[in-house]
Write a protein that binds this ligand. Structure first.
Ligand code: HEC
Ligand code: HEC
Ligand code: HEC
Ligand code: HEC
Ligand code: HEC
Length: 358
């Protein structure tokens, strides 16, 4: 009992403290960053439609690609960085997917719920190769579900604006989590996420990575498919795009970005990040299959909220993702202390072949 009481007391305090922090953070964002300062050129909304067409023309609402030539964005001369969107499916790959979908539909006729819940496609090794279309044979609700128009307490969704929704890139009304990562205009322009980027197999009954179908108990790795009682592993998924702005490694940036950007941005320079990141630092970035590197750079010309959105602007965590540190042209030969343990390449499963990332 004693222990339970102290845990409850602690949770109470922690809960209160984090509420206060969130409230302060929200206020801060409104003051320094929200659409309330008409002098900030970064607040001029990005017009995504202009930029998106070339890249998204071949995509449907499930984020599924049809064949189209990827675009290469060159930044600073031939020797400078190059950004390429991931390749879209070839006709042969597309045919393979359609075949797999047809076979799956055939095989699950009359399947009962219990068997469907434990369908082998949910688990390793099958899930690693599953296409979105295969998952969606049984999970159409993921693409179609809408959030409530009014909360149970009667608050209309249209009347509330969370701090992260004040980013220039945020468009449209309240939508579901899956919509915001697979179907929103901004998601389709900047990301190429698949179901199995986040879902790598979880047992809906045990809810622990130590007990999964087809795996010896207590043999899970240090970076499991998912963490206790969750369906994904946030450290290898969410944290990449929802961590803290890593200001402590950025010489020349003081304090928070909403504060720092005020002195760095004007009408000619709507993206202060690019002052340093266009040519000078870490220009070898985003060469991974789940991002659209070229489209990101194109969009980002108009607003730093494009960059900040994935690097602090929607911060759900107190820490930052330990990004790999890809060597870039003219980088200092000495590795700073904070970077000594950093990988110098993205994880092999996400690396793009035949791009500037060597
Ligand atoms: C044969 C149909 C079928 C296929 C194919 C399928 N699922 Fe499922 N899945 C189900 C059913 C049924 C449930 C249980 C739903 C419920 O309990 O309401 C489920 C549950 C889930 C859950 C929730 C698990 C939990 O812990 O509660 C996730 C996540 C999931 N599926 C993801 C996927 C992904 C990703 C794919 C593709 C790799 C996929 N599913 C393919 C039928 C399927
Ligand atoms: C950006 C990461 C991400 C992507 C991409 C993603 N999911 Fe999810 N999914 C989640 C998270 C997080 C949850 C909620 C987990 C929890 O409640 O613990 C979830 C929950 C689910 C659930 C069960 C709960 C529910 O909402 O019904 C299903 C089924 C599911 N996802 C299927 C899919 C399918 C199918 C796809 C691909 C079309 C997909 N997901 C893509 C992260 C993702
Ligand atoms: C590759 C980058 C990326 C990853 C990985 C990612 N997100 Fe996001 N997330 C985004 C972007 C970009 C948006 C904004 C989309 C938009 O504006 O339409 C977003 C929006 C959101 C929102 C706001 C939804 C709303 O209603 O406005 C939530 C909540 C969220 N993400 C949670 C998560 C969680 C939880 C995970 C891990 C399971 C995750 N994200 C993984 C990039 C990512
Ligand atoms: C005054 C220059 C400057 C500005 C402005 C700036 N950065 Fe940086 N940034 C740096 C430097 C320097 C590094 C570290 C380079 C290295 O690896 O040695 C860095 C590193 C990073 C990293 C990698 C962090 C890590 O832990 O590996 C990210 C991500 C990043 N910046 C994003 C941004 C974004 C997004 C913005 C704008 C919102 C921005 N930066 C603005 C100078 C800047
Ligand atoms: C949709 C989300 C998203 C957007 C938009 C985005 N980033 Fe990133 N960024 C990431 C992810 C995820 C990684 C890690 C990729 C990897 O593992 O190689 C990353 C990596 C980086 C790195 C580390 C580079 C290295 O050495 O590998 C820097 C610097 C960076 N981003 C800066 C920026 C800047 C500047 C912008 C705007 C021009 C931007 N990001 C826009 C998600 C995003």
């Amino acid at each position: 009992m004693k222990i339970m009481e102290s845990i409850m007391a602690f949770l109470g305090v922690a809960g209160f403290a984090s509420t206060v922090c969130l409230a302060l953070f929200a206020l801060f964002n409104v003051i320094f960053h929200g659409g309330y300062n008409p002098n900030l050129p970064a607040d001029v909304p990005v017009k995504p439609a202009v930029v998106s067409n070339a890249v998204n023309a071949g995509k449907d609402s499930s984020g599924v690609a049809s064949p189209k030539k990827p675009e290469i964005i060159k930044v600073a001369g031939a020797a400078g960085p190059q950004y390429v969107d991931p390749p879209v499916r070839t006709a042969k790959e597309q045919a393979g997917v359609e075949q797999a979908v047809a076979a799956l539909k055939q095989s699950i006729k009359n399947m009962d719920l219990e068997r469907a819940i434990y369908h082998p496609l949910h688990f390793k090794p099958n899930i690693a190769k599953a296409s979105n279309e295969e998952c969606l044979v049984c999970h159409t609700e993921i693409m179609t579900r809408k959030p409530r128009q009014t909360s149970p307490a009667g608050v209309n969704a249209d009347n509330v604006l969370a701090w992260y929704q004040t980013l220039d890139t945020y468009k449209g009304k309240q939508e579901s989590f899956h919509f915001r990562h697979l179907s929103s205009d901004f998601a389709k322009q900047t990301m190429n996420l698949s179901c199995n980027f986040c879902h790598k197999g979880n047992d809906p009954r045990e809810e622990t990575p130590d007990m999964q179908p087809g795996q010896k108990i207590f043999s899970t790795s240090a970076t499991p498919n998912f963490t206790l009682r969750k369906m994904v592993n946030p450290s290898t998924t969410c944290l990449r795009c929802h961590g803290k702005f890593p200001v402590e490694v950025m010489e020349g940036v003081e304090g928070t970005w909403p504060k720092a950007r005020v002195d760095m941005e004007d009408e000619e320079t709507p993206n202060g990040c690019l002052t340093c990141h266009e040519e000078s630092f870490r220009t070898n970035r985003h060469h991974v299959s789940y991002l659209k590197a070229a489209s990101i750079e194109k969009l980002a010309k108009k607003s730093s909220d494009v960059c900040y959105g994935c690097h602090g602007g929607r911060q759900w965590y107190r820490n930052s993702y330990p990004y790999p540190r890809h060597p870039w042209p003219d980088m200092d030969e000495e590795t700073p202390d904070w970077a000594k343990n950093r990988p110098t390449k993205s994880e092999p499963e996400y690396q793009l072949k035949n791009t500037a990332a060597k």
